[in-house]
Design a protein around this ligand. Structure first.
Ligand code: HEM
Ligand code: HEM
Length: 174
């Protein structure tokens, strides 16, 4: 067993793009638009649909991950790091689920479902004062840092240890 299941590979790269898109779009496009701007509802709608799609795909990925055999953990060359690496991988699932949960809580508290999807279009209430808003922002920051470390680790494996780690998250035989 040298590679992850092909479904996991497809979903890894699709989710990598989608999660990066949601982080960048959330922080640099959605957050800076004031609640009373006419653009807010459209960008919120996009963010919410995108976030809920990420949640659905991440659940599928978790189920497939738990039900398929996978390669033995890669050796980083340091026993302590070898121990924490799998936990860091599980952190991705925890952070993405936490982001989706806090996003949904925020939407329920502010009645965004009706406002954004047409049931009761109206002004978007002030979002920064909602309780789950702070959690959503902190989880997004934690996920961005985890991704930065994850990309750094992939580059380290590939360029320094030259252990072909990318192949494990790629397609093909052997
Ligand atoms: C674009 C930059 C990225 C690169 C180059 C990359 C690369 C990799 C590689 C090579 C592995 C295999 C590691 C191993 O076998 O030990 C892996 C695993 C993993 N990656 Fe990424 N990744 C990226 C982005 C992401 C993002 C944004 C997420 C968040 C959703 C993510 C979540 C995971 C998870 C959870 C695993 C563990 C395998 C599993 O649970 O199925 N990756 N990544
Ligand atoms: C699961 C992936 C998600 C990611 C990566 C993500 C990312 C982000 C980011 C980076 C921000 C801006 C944070 C800041 O600047 O402090 C944000 C704001 C927000 N997100 Fe998400 N989000 C996700 C899912 C969701 C979901 C599922 C919903 C709702 C159903 C949602 C609703 C919101 C709302 C209402 C805001 C506040 C906008 C504002 O203050 O103007 N998010 N999100």
């Amino acid at each position: 067993m040298t590679r992850y299941h092909p479904i996991l590979v497809v979903l890894h790269w699709l989710l990598a793009l989608m999660v990066l898109g949601a982080l960048i779009g959330g922080a640099f496009s959605l957050d800076p638009i004031p609640e009373d701007s006419p653009d807010k509802i459209g960008v919120l709608r996009l963010h919410m649909i995108f976030g809920l799609s990420i949640l659905a795909l991440m659940v599928v990925r978790l189920v497939v991950r738990l039900r398929t055999p996978h390669p033995a953990p890669a050796d980083i060359g340091n026993e302590a790091l070898n121990q924490v690496a799998p936990w860091l991988h599980w952190m991705f699932y925890a952070l993405v689920f936490g982001l989706a949960a806090s996003g949904i809580l925020m939407s329920v508290e502010a009645g965004l479902g009706d406002i954004v999807f047409g049931g009761a279009p109206g002004p978007v209430p002030e979002l920064d004062t909602l309780r789950p808003r702070a959690g959503h922002g902190l989880l997004a920051l934690a996920l961005a840092l985890l991704i930065a470390g994850h990309i750094g680790a992939a580059i380290y494996h590939q360029a320094v240890r030259r252990d072909g780690i990318m192949r494990r998250m790629g397609f093909g035989r052997g």
